[in-house]
Design a protein around this ligand. Structure first.
Ligand code: IPT
Length: 972
């Protein structure tokens, strides 16, 4: 059967560019008739016949996936094929969707040829027009065109499309994403004039030494008897196709300055509109250069995803993605792991992004056969693979934004890649090739890895990495590999809370020229909202036997495209302008092509978080790669208390992706401060009934040693807390590299508190306890020391690990090398739900993800402090908090001061509730607000697919002391 053979398609036209043409067109998007059958043999036999009735069929929206419109259900696997591996055979249960669309040809529709074009159908289809078969096609994320002219009729026409979810092509489409069948991209019918244009190939280079442009536009006219002209009015050009011309001065295209020139190719019967960007891509001296300069990718891997529509993304959504990327300083996209909707690439040209366009090819699931039968190494599959590369390159070749072609993802090694590389080099010698998984890099112009630990990255940067086994026997190939530039095509797995360590990676990228940057995995969480649901689903939510759980919920955006804290962090880490200081203030232009003249630099001075002065800096023109010293602003006021100077680089005027005033970068510096205030005289302890004692504003229970009342509020006293609801990164990858199992082995998830002594002194209360899990010898001796001064109550906590922390063999291997957190937890009445604080904010921050946190005064409700991770886990900590005030609507509440700072977390549920929840809807507010006041938390890392937190961010068990002071709310 056609869906199981190794023929990429039948009856299709030769692949060609996606063109904006003047030829008449009708969109066949919209409502179609639809019928789903369990398999091909159950499907009706006469679907194509115009006389067959379809009035009992349902309606389906095209473009769309039937599994997101109430038929069958979506499936998510990471690497596993959700059917037996028996290439090229498909399972008997091969959901088959018949689609019928009646349409009317307009009266003035030109007679003659017409092209029926499908931009994307997943995964294999057959098409009939008015009962006549036009052909078949595979390759889900690629266009297919059929000659429709001979079968079109005036007036009413019937288009029938049979789509099979599984096909031989599915073996090449094992990307880590939902399996989503259907006609998910546009369908059009376009008239194809005999004196029109078939294809266009723009070659537009830029000579950075002379500033000259070079242009040649190749054109294939439908009939060689007719010629065409290439017009670029802005440059006064009127060229013959294939004619090469040098233009003395053009403005080049770059992701920073995406200058495009409008052009047209005019044949007698058809005009095609083009946008030309002049740029020259080269590999020189082991580096990728554009227009003579090495570039640094500050990239993301982008899947097409919409929480309701899956991969049927709208143009507005594509634009929204790119606007968000530009607003967050991202300059590059890897179209992981297939060519995107063609309109997306137009937007990349327009808004300015470097693009690695990736072939729709991944055979990852063959890891489960130990790569036996991997199509990539079986010549019988070469036509199926080459077809995909050709259709991508032909479709996308005219986009200046595309600087690299990727042969595919995660398909191991295989000789067929040689065919893809050879064909592409011949067809488009002007762009380098990329393929990561073949460690010989024979068919790649880049050395590349994924999720590489930092030490390894340092070795690669300095070209001292070990020789891979694949090139060990071949010195020539090894020498070639070693001379290649390096791109980290995936890193910083943004699953759940994280990634940690972005700043550390960026530092290393910037240190070594060979490292040309990286692409964070990944842009958006693939959570889906099914009709009527309020929680996003992921793998396993349908009771599937094989699934990838929430491994596809690993983006910098939440499924609804709200930026996550990880994106805010990335924006700060990759800012194209760096401000350092304060004395001297230095502004560094980290861009490769543009000056900073599009920015305005403002400053603000704050004392204790309150603005006291503000102004604008005068900054000279700073060339790319250069920096300038700027004098400290004149109008600084000074004053008692903590003083901060914040410098912001904002857009001076509107850009297509953000309005004037949008903040691009910032720097913050502490200025010299005056000495702090001496505390009041201390208070005495006073008996308060039978088993209670009062100390300043606090009342304690003498048996438990816990604080039960604070400034008139009923509280459940602070106790040591070492636990957090594990993050995806704490959980590691499928039980691999997971710090959580160490924590559990040490019993940190089940600590019990034993009070050993409650010592009432004249001016202090000391509570001694041992905090330890059942069944183990280890524990933590904890001493709480309470003193009061005026209306304030101070708690200082000493912790001392006790017995058994060293694993077998004593000091050789600790049972547990880190603690999730170190601090105290207490409960307040639920009405206390408003928080003001002075410290780091506005968003959450952790030891290795804290660049975006800046010192200031902030306020939020307890609900607003939560970060809505699709799978609930530790979140919402605010760092460097000097003081926080928690209050109810009436102004009752408590103030907490750090010594000097603490980390603040407040939520309506406990860490244990958070840990149990699998979806956000599982979180139910309790009648308390739980407050964590921490000295520290363990770093985040990105071990869900990558390294753990770096050693400097590990919260190692050890003796520690910290303190906080509770007091009344400040007036006003
Ligand atoms: C790598 C894949 O290329 C990507 O598609 C995604 O699955 C990512 O991992 C994890 O989310 S595969 C690599 C970890 C072997």
């Amino acid at each position: 059967m056609y869906y199981e053979d190794l023929v990429p398609g039948t009856g299709r036209r030769e692949p060609r560019a996606w063109l904006r043409s003047s030829a008449p067109v009708i969109s066949l998007n919209g409502s179609w008739r639809f019928k789903l059958s369990a398999g091909p043999s159950e499907a009706p036999v006469d679907v194509m016949s115009p006389t067959a009735a379809d009035n009992d069929w349902d309606e389906l929206v095209v473009p769309g996936h039937w599994v997101l419109q109430g038929y069958d259900r979506p499936r998510y696997t990471n690497t596993a094929f959700p059917f037996p591996i028996d290439p090229p055979r498909t399972p008997a249960a091969n959901p088959t969707g018949d689609h019928r669309r009646w349409f009317d040809l307009p009266a003035d529709w030109p007679a003659g040829r017409a092209v029926l074009r499908f931009e994307g159908v997943d995964s294999c289809f057959k098409v009939w027009l008015n009962g006549a078969e036009l052909g078949t096609s595979k390759g889900s994320r690629l266009p297919s065109e059929f000659e429709a002219g001979p079968h079109l009729r005036p007036g009413r026409n019937l288009l029938t499309v049979r789509v099979h979810q599984w096909s031989s092509g599915s073996y090449l489409e094992d990307q880590d994403m939902w399996w989503l069948p259907g006609i998910f991209r546009d369908v059009t019918l376009r008239s194809h004039p005999a004196d029109g244009i078939d294809d266009v190939f723009v070659h537009a280079g830029f000579d950075h030494v002379t500033g000259a442009g070079e242009l040649r536009v190749d054109c294939v006219t439908t009939d060689p008897a007719y010629g065409a002209r290439v017009l670029v009015p802005e440059l006064g050009l009127d060229l013959a196709p294939g004619e090469s011309v040098a233009i003395p001065a053009v403005e080049p295209w770059s992701a920073e300055v995406p200058r495009l020139y409008e052009a047209t190719v005019v044949a007698p019967g058809e005009t095609v509109e083009l946008r030309i960007g002049f740029r020259t891509i080269k590999l020189e001296d082991g580096l990728l250069t554009v227009n003579g300069r090495p570039i640094l990718f500050r990239g993301v891997n982008r899947h097409e995803h919409d929480e309701y529509r899956g991969r049927a993304v709208s143009t507005e959504t594509m634009r929204q993605d790119l606007v968000l990327m530009k607003q967050h300083n991202i300059n590059a996209v890897r179209t992981a792991h297939y060519p995107p909707h063609p309109a997306f690439l137009d937007l990349c040209d327009e808004l300015g992004l470097w693009v690695i366009d990736e072939c729709d090819l991944e055979t990852h699931g063959f890891i489960y056969t130990d790569w036996q039968g991997n199509p990539a190494d079986d010549p019988a599959w070469a036509p199926m693979m080459l077809d995909r590369m050709q259709r991508m390159v032909e479709r996308d070749k005219n986009h200046p934004s595309i600087v690299v072609w990727s042969l595919g993802n995660e398909s191991h090694r295989g000789r067929n890649f040689g065919d893809l590389a050879a064909w592409t080099r011949d067809r488009d010698p002007d762009r380098p090739l990329f393929y990561e998984r073949d460690r010989s890099y024979e068919f790649s112009d880049f050395y590349s890895l994924m999720y590489t630990p930092l030490e390894e990255l340092e070795r690669i940067g300095s070209r001292t990495e070990e020789v891979p086994a694949e090139t060990a026997e071949d010195p020539e190939l090894e020498a070639r590999r070693r001379a290649l530039p390096f791109v980290l095509c995936e890193y910083a797995h943004a699953m759940g809370n994280g990634p940690g360590g972005l700043a550390d990676y960026q530092r290393v990228f910037e240190k070594y020229p060979r490292l040309q940057g990286g692409f964070v995995w990944e842009w958006i969480d693939h959570g889906l909202l099914l009709p009527g649901a309020t929680d996003h689903v992921y793998g396993g939510d349908f009771g599937e036997k094989i699934h990838g759980s929430n491994f596809c919920v690993d983006g910098l955006l939440f499924p609804d495209r709200t930026p996550s804290p990880g994106l805010t962090e990335y924006k700060k880490v990759i800012e194209p302008v760096r401000v350092t200081g304060p004395d001297p203030l230095r502004i560094e232009n980290r861009q490769d092509f543009a000056t900073l003249d599009h920015l305005e630099f403002t400053w603000i001075e704050e004392v204790e978080g309150e603005e006291v002065a503000a102004g604008t800096l005068t900054v000279p023109t700073i060339q790319p790669g250069a920096s300038a010293e700027v004098p400290l602003p004149g109008g600084l006021v000074g004053g008692g208390g903590e003083r901060w100077l914040t410098v912001r680089a904002i857009l001076a005027k509107d850009e297509p992706w953000a309005a004037a005033g949008h903040e691009v970068a910032w720097g913050q510096f502490e200025l010299p401060r005056s000495a702090s205030v001496v505390p009041d005289a201390s208070q005495r302890t006073v008996a308060a009934g039978h088993d209670r004692i009062r100390l300043g504003p606090g009342v304690f229970d003498l048996r438990s040693g816990l604080l039960v009342e604070l400034g008139g509020l009923s509280v459940e006293g602070p106790r040591l807390d070492l636990w957090r609801a594990p993050t995806d990164n704490d959980n590691g990858q499928g039980g691999n590299n997971d710090v959580v199992s160490e924590w559990r082995a040490a019993g940190l998830d089940r600590l019990e508190h034993r009070v050993d002594a409650v010592e009432v002194g004249e001016r202090e209360l000391v509570v001694r306890s041992r905090v330890a899990p059942d069944g183990l010898g280890l524990g933590v001796r904890t001493t709480y020391r309470w003193t009061a001064a005026g209306e304030t109550l101070r708690l200082s906590v000493d912790v001392e690990p006790d017995g058994g922390w060293d694993g077998p063999g004593g000091t050789i291997k600790p049972v547990c090398g880190s603690w999730p957190r170190l601090g105290v937890r207490m409960a307040l009445p639920a009405l206390i739900d408003r928080v003001r604080w002075f410290g780091g904010g506005p968003g959450e921050a952790y030891a290795d993800s804290r660049q975006a946190s800046r010192v200031g005064r902030y306020s939020a409700t307890v609900d607003e402090l939560q970060t809505p991770y699709v799978v609930p886990q530790e979140n919402g900590a605010r760092i460097d908090v000097r003081w926080a005030e928690l209050a109810d609507a009436e102004g009752n509440g408590v103030r907490v001061d750090g010594a000097p700072v603490f980390q603040l977390t407040a939520r309506r549920w406990t860490a244990e509730d958070l840990e149990r929840a699998r979806h956000r809807g599982d979180l139910v507010a309790r009648d308390r607000v739980y407050l964590n006041l921490d000295l520290a938390q363990n770093g985040l890392g990105s071990a869900s697919c990558g390294p753990r937190a770096l050693p400097q961010y590990v919260l190692a068990p050890g003796p520690q002391s910290f303190a906080v002071t509770f007091g009344p709310l400040s007036a006003g």
